[in-house]
Design a protein around this ligand. Structure first.
Ligand code: ATP
Ligand code: MG
Length: 352
């Protein structure tokens, strides 16, 4: 090994980032996943000063006084707030930088960032700028579905079809990949956030009860299911009665949560179906053999594999660690930067 290679291996803290609408994950080479925090930024509305990022900022969502807003800068799979996205990237990179031992700082890191596929050219530049200003040496951008497929160990560079469905916070991304390129690509704005809103609307419609996003997300994570199971677990939920304006408690069951989410899940199923229809027949036969991989937080909904397999009549596979597929994909690219070159997606550009 040349001395320079040795140097880079020991002294760099190359990092991979999954810039998700709901969560940002950062992998640091030789250390593993070192940050997994909500993609939330809290700022002073008057001075625009950033007050906190990540978990600390999330605690403020829905609880802020007029002078502070807590926002999710990447809402709906696109960068909705430029400046705060930049600040957030900067903050997280600085944080891993700070946590690394001092001498790691000698070398500026290479950074691989998984970005939403719907991002515009201007937004890509903003992401690159943010990483450079936070001290990155090189920045490589990769589309999230491609990174997720790499994270799931799918044979993306081979002449075979790999099908991935990433149900994240803002978007469900559906992609068919073959020979290092995305053959079919669909992105719909029905994903985890929408399922959370379905629960809010259901509870309001059925019980006249108003609940916040944080409570609804908890219900989704605890009771969320797509297919009837043996038991019908129930939990108590607290909110405000819309008519009386007073606090009220009601009990909600798994079956009700399933009913609340069924419409959105059907929309995702339709989109997968459409993508399959657009897929060349040769690739379809590979896919029916290997199965369609489901990843992203939505893959954790109980019974989703069963529902999807039954409706689409193709086997589905839930990724091993669905919340980490994209960041694991970026980590694999850091280990093998040639892999990035073999991905002929026009979107995987390099900044040196
Ligand atoms: N156990 C669970 N059951 C159901 N939903 C879950 C579970 N865990 C997390 N989620 C949901 O998954 C979503 C977040 O997933 P993920 O971290 O993959 O999104 P993201 O990568 O930030 O978003 P995107 O890929 O759209 O940019 C949230 O809506 C969250 O509520
Ligand atoms: Mg994601």
């Amino acid at each position: 090994m040349a001395f320079s290679d040795f140097f880079w291996n020991i002294f760099t803290f190359d990092i991979g980032i999954d810039l998700g609408t709901a969560n940002t994950l950062i992998f640091v080479r030789n250390q593993g996943v070192s940050i997994s925090e909500p993609s939330v930024v809290a700022m002073n509305t008057k001075t625009k000063e950033i007050l906190s990022v990540g978990y600390d900022a999330q605690k403020m969502l829905g609880r802020t006084p007029a002078s502070i807003i807590a926002i999710r800068p990447l809402k709906d799979g696109v960068i909705s707030d430029f400046e705060s996205t930049k600040e957030m990237i900067h903050y997280f990179i600085e944080k891993v930088h700070k946590d690394s031992q001092k001498f790691f700082k000698i070398a500026r890191p290479r950074v691989v960032i998984g970005i939403p596929s719907a991002i515009t050219e201007v937004e890509r530049k903003a992401v690159i700028d943010a990483a450079i200003s936070a001290g990155a040496r090189n920045v490589y951008l990769i589309e999230e579905p491609m990174a997720a497929a790499i994270g799931c160990d799918l044979p993306i560079t081979e002449a075979t079809g790999s099908f991935i469905v990433d149900i994240g916070g803002g978007t469900s991304d559906i992609a068919v990949i073959s020979l290092g390129g995305i053959v079919v690509d669909k992105s719909i704005r029905v994903a985890g956030d929408e399922l959370t809103h379905d629960i809010i609307n259901y509870v309001r419609g059925k019980y006249n009860l108003l609940i916040g996003e944080t409570s609804a997300e908890k219900i989704k994570i605890n009771l969320g299911n797509a297919y009837p199971g043996k038991e019908n677990k129930k939990i108590e939920i607290k909110g405000r009665d819309i008519l009386l304006g007073l606090p009220k408690v009601v009990t909600i069951s798994e079956a009700e949560v399933r009913e609340a989410m069924s419409n959105s899940l059907n929309i995702i199923i339709e989109a997968i179906y459409d993508a399959l229809e657009e897929t060349p027949p040769e690739l379809v036969s590979d896919i029916t053999e290997r199965g369609i991989y489901i990843t992203g937080g939505g893959a954790l909904i109980r019974g989703i594999k069963k529902l999807f397999s039954e409706k689409i009549k193709v086997p589905f596979v839930v990724a091993d660690d669905p919340l980490k597929s994209v960041v694991i994909g970026t980590a694999k690219i850091l280990e093998d930067i040639d892999l990035l070159k073999s991905i002929n997606s026009s979107d995987s550009d390099t900044y040196v």
